[in-house]
Design a protein around this ligand. Structure first.
Ligand code: ADP
Length: 496
């Protein structure tokens, strides 16, 4: 009798394992952080063995703590930090270099070169992405160019590439299975999201041998089996999705126009745009949002670099908050922002500005400004930035968003959620289960294993904890948005 599904949530700073029962209750959760490696300014790496060992450790710990036998586990699903690149030896399983993490900007200059050469349009048309060091292609190329002998070994078919999902499945199956799913593939800058295959022209452009690449599967199928230590049957590994797409799935955004926003360190907004691949010439990326065998849907995605991190900065940098959650009461203790706007462009601005020279600023300070106004302005900045994402998403897709599903650490801030609803004029739905990324991976695996029946079954299980309805006057909304945009205007181009 199958009673549980396990989600492996392999994130940028930690690996987690979460055990769900059929009613989506979290039965057990274990988490382990692992070292971040910063060899040079702007470079970020992980040891692939740390990724694997922490992920297996939390899996085994969670199963042991819950005290459940392997017989009762229906499936394992994987969700992962996207774009992070690992290259290893097909025979020995030895990585030839550390994992190059999505945040790592070592290939920025190379990306600029590709843009100068005029490849941007072709790459965008095929992959839905902007040429950027975030995505895997130039990271793989960097390894082939900079690790001694790597290029020759790759050409000879001796090396394999994988994003973190691929690496985990390969290790968990004892080097038998080399696969990825469509959502992860769509972040490599090598995958043609229209034709849904590795693209020959892109492989040539970035100089990557096809033999290195994993087979691309759907996000919900049995890829291979994992043998838990001890007695019991092998468990199917049956779901894979990149973290943001897993959250989209966990939020049951199965129809065009449905969108979710995650309020974590940064904010990530994705909207399902349906079965037709529409690539705009704007500043958002198009990606595979849902990659089931009989249902492939695209999504537009925008992100805010500094979301909840602005609150972290008030706590750890400025030290005017003891805990992140204290920001709610502080923001509510003043009747309005007192004319103060906080633009947290600490690392430049993403969509829709794309200004890497913008820098943070607090504007509108007067003698009457208090600590509470600054905190309120910081909380409001998450909502203003998300508002601009929402506007871009609607503009680029031509689909209006009426409801926004939310998750991530900072979505527990009621003031923020109400302000978000007010400033966008949309209804906000906050789910009971905030672990939507892990839940998405669990759903994908559970569907393939027959643990859950259908998408309808999944949608039905979605429970909304609280709804926030817009209550602000239209004129007030306009005034605030206009002042926000004016504030952003003052921060642009600052560090040039
Ligand atoms: P991540 O997964 O990106 O590490 P989380 O989803 O755990 O992030 O969210 C943590 C972020 O949210 C932190 O930056 C923190 O400052 C912020 N945060 C957490 N709780 C609150 C709150 N109640 N109000 C405002 N910000 C919060």
């Amino acid at each position: 009798m199958k009673k549980y599904v396990i989600a492996l949530d392999q994130g940028t700073t930690s690996s987690r394992a979460i055990i769900f029962d059929k009613d989506r209750n979290i039965v057990e959760m274990k988490q382990r952080e692992f070292p971040q490696i910063f060899p040079k300014p702007g470079w970020v790496e992980h040891d692939p063995m740390d990724i694997y060992s922490t992920q297996m450790a939390v899996l085994h710990e969670a199963v042991a703590a819950a005290g459940i036998p392997a017989e009762e586990i229906a499936a394992i699903g994987i969700t992962n930090q996207r774009e992070t690149t690992i290259v290893w030896d097909r025979k020995t399983g030895e990585p030839v270099y550390n994992a190059i993490v999505w945040q790592c900007s070592r290939t920025s200059a190379e990306c600029e070169k590709y843009i100068r050469q005029g490849h941007g349009k072709m790459v965008r048309e095929k992959t839905g992405l902007l040429i950027d060091s975030y995505f895997s292609a130039t990271k793989i190329r960097w390894i082939l160019e900079n690790v001694e002998g790597a290029r020759q070994r790759a050409e000879a078919g001796e090396l394999l590439f994988g994003t973190v999902d691929t690496w985990l499945v390969w290790k968990m199956t004892g080097g038998k299975i080399h696969v990825t799913d469509m959502t992860n593939a769509s972040r490599t800058m090598l995958y043609n999201i229209r034709e849904r295959c590795w693209d020959k022209e892109l492989l040539e452009l970035f100089g990557i041998p096809k033999s290195m690449l994993p087979r691309v599967c759907s996000s919900s199928e049995i890829y291979g089996m994992y043998d838990l230590p001890g007695e019991g049957p092998e468990i199917p590994i049956a779901g894979i999705a990149g973290d943001q797409q897993a959250a989209l799935f966990g939020q049951a955004c199965f129809e065009a126009g449905q969108a979710k926003n995650t309020y974590g360190t940064g904010c990530f907004m994705l909207m399902n745009i349906g079965e037709e691949c529409r690539i705009s010439d704007g500043k958002l990326v198009t990606t595979i949002g849902i990659g089931l065998k009989d249902r492939v849907q695209y999504a537009v995605e925008g992100s805010v670099f500094v979301g909840g991190a602005v609150i972290q900065w008030l706590r750890d940098g400025l030290q005017i908050l003891a805990k992140s959650s204290d920001s709610e009461a502080a923001a509510e203790s003043v009747p309005d922002n007192g004319g103060v706007y906080f633009v947290p462009a600490f690392t430049g601005l993403g969509a829709p500005y794309w200004d890497m020279y913008a820098r943070g600023a607090v504007l509108g300070i007067t003698r009457g400004t208090t600590r509470e106004h600054i905190i309120r302005a910081a909380v409001e900045s998450m909502a203003f930035q998300s508002m601009e994402l929402l506007e871009s998403l609607q503009k680029e897709s031509g689909i209006p968003i009426e409801r926004l599903r939310v998750d991530g650490g900072a979505c527990s801030n009621d003031f923020l959620m109400q302000f978000q609803s007010d400033i966008c004029g949309v209804t906000i739905e906050r789910p009971v289960i905030r672990e939507t990324t892990a839940l998405g991976a669990a759903y994908l695996a559970g569907l393939a294993a027959g643990f859950w029946e259908s998408l309808e079954d999944v949608s039905r299980g979605r429970e909304v904890e609280r709804i926030f309805e817009p209550s602000m006057e239209g004129s007030e909304r306009e005034r605030l948005s206009e002042e926000w945009r004016k504030a952003v205007g003052r921060t642009l181009d600052w560090a040039k």
